[in-house]
Design a protein around this ligand. Sequence first.
Ligand code: G6Q
Length: 548
Amino acid sequence: MTAMVKPLTKRPAWKAMAIHYKKARELHLRELFADDPNRGERLTAEAAGVFLDYSKNRITDETLKLLLKLAEECGLRQRIDAMFRGDKINITENRAVLHVALRAPRGASIVVDGENVVPQVHAVLDKMADFSDRVRSGSWKGHSGKRIRNVVNIGIGGSDLGPVMAYEALKHYSDRSMRFRFVSNIDGTDFAEAVRDLDAAETLFIVSSKTFTTLETMTNASTARAWLLQGAQGEEKAVAKHFVAVSTNAAKVSEFGIDTANMFGFWDWVGGRYSMDSAIGLSTMLAIGPDHFRGMLNGFHLMDEHFRTAPFERNLPVLMGLLAIWYNNFFGAQTIAVLPYEQYLKRFPAYLQQLTMESNGKHVTLDGTEVDYQTGPIYWGEPGTNGQHSFYQLIHQGTRLIPCDFIAFFETLNPLGRHHDILLANVFAQSEALAFGKTPEQVKAEGIPEWLAPHRVFEGNRPSNTILAQRLTPETLGSLVALYEHSVFAQGAIWNIGSFDQWGVELGKVLAQRIIPELESTTEPELGHDSSTNHLIRCYRKSREPSR
Ligand code: G6Q
């Protein structure tokens, strides 16, 4: 239960924003830049190794002032303090929300239910480091005495997207003599393709599941065990050398047959989509080693401290969150594109989709009242420059407003001739073209015939953020992820929604359970669904037979 708070749309700052929007929507970025020669330097902020240029947004100083006022009126400051203090702000699950404790330095204190959790966090990190060192050095051996060369993480959702994204992002720092694979989908193809060229004697499976009950993960884990035992002539003892678990559920882990000595724990105050820096990141640590993993945690922590302490007008996650609200709730923008100009970040948009949409895809406020405003926008994206040759057309000349986050690094990890200069030229050119466009006069001056001119005009006034860091390191990855985590939190706090539960995802976990026996039954089942579902089930039962 939470106390009723003033509805968002009745707040003075919200009403003032609505009035301000009527003027602001008429402003063009061309004028805003022409009126203030320092705008490009002024509307920037920097923290934890991340530089944000937010000057190419459709805002004035007045917009910012009102947005910051809105944040204050909505109690963002108090909400931040409550999260860091370990209050049970995930009210529908009665849990604290403390991913920030996962990266708190040794010696810090964060108390949950009367207990300082930071020593537990570091005990698990130390255990992970010890295990990683043993596997990486070859002293941990498989059942037949061979060293481990392949690591397969089995997990889904928050127990997969973070590990995959981090592995891809930090591949440069990984041990290239090892192979890393990720199996998430219940579709047998995922498992089959992941192991088809692997030797079971050299393969370690990490079964990553907070609950250790998730259907996809448990099915894949059983298949993995059968695959391993096949290669180990049915020797049950082999399981102990080839399976470890990451979970909060010790009972289920030992029921599966994994020795809890080989289990790495975490806690109910870590949400799945906020868990890549917990033991769920074991595959990341195995890939990049404990020192780099700690570097990543440090990057997270620097951004946490910035978010917790910096005044809102210089606070990167707060500014990005407020800008998202500005477009989502006033301009009616439905999506935000995240466009990393960095090949190693190719899975970053997919990772962010879960973080943002699972967190803020909610239709009621914390007290259960239906909202009368839009909440979480759709996040999507692809690495640049690939997107430029496909969907950017719609961003430049379509009818929808799509705010963009461009992400790039001053230095490349793979210097190769002119590649990096060309890559960065593209980032800068895109945000410039989106903001300033091309006027009919400019088109005419280029000698374009009149009939063609409307097709060649770019309205511009398409907003974007440019996010830059020196180099993609474990530290900067940590800071970048924390930036988005806290931006999502800031948005949720203003919408007054619960950003830390996921009842829609829980629904998916039970829905299929009813149909599985109907598909597997050897006798014709009695079906009680709608006529479409009944028909589909019958068609499937009939048509799959040839391949059985
Ligand atoms: C994340 C969600 C969800 C979850 C998966 C896997 O915030 O809760 O994506 O991570 O459903 O759950 P388990 O880790 O319990 O298998």
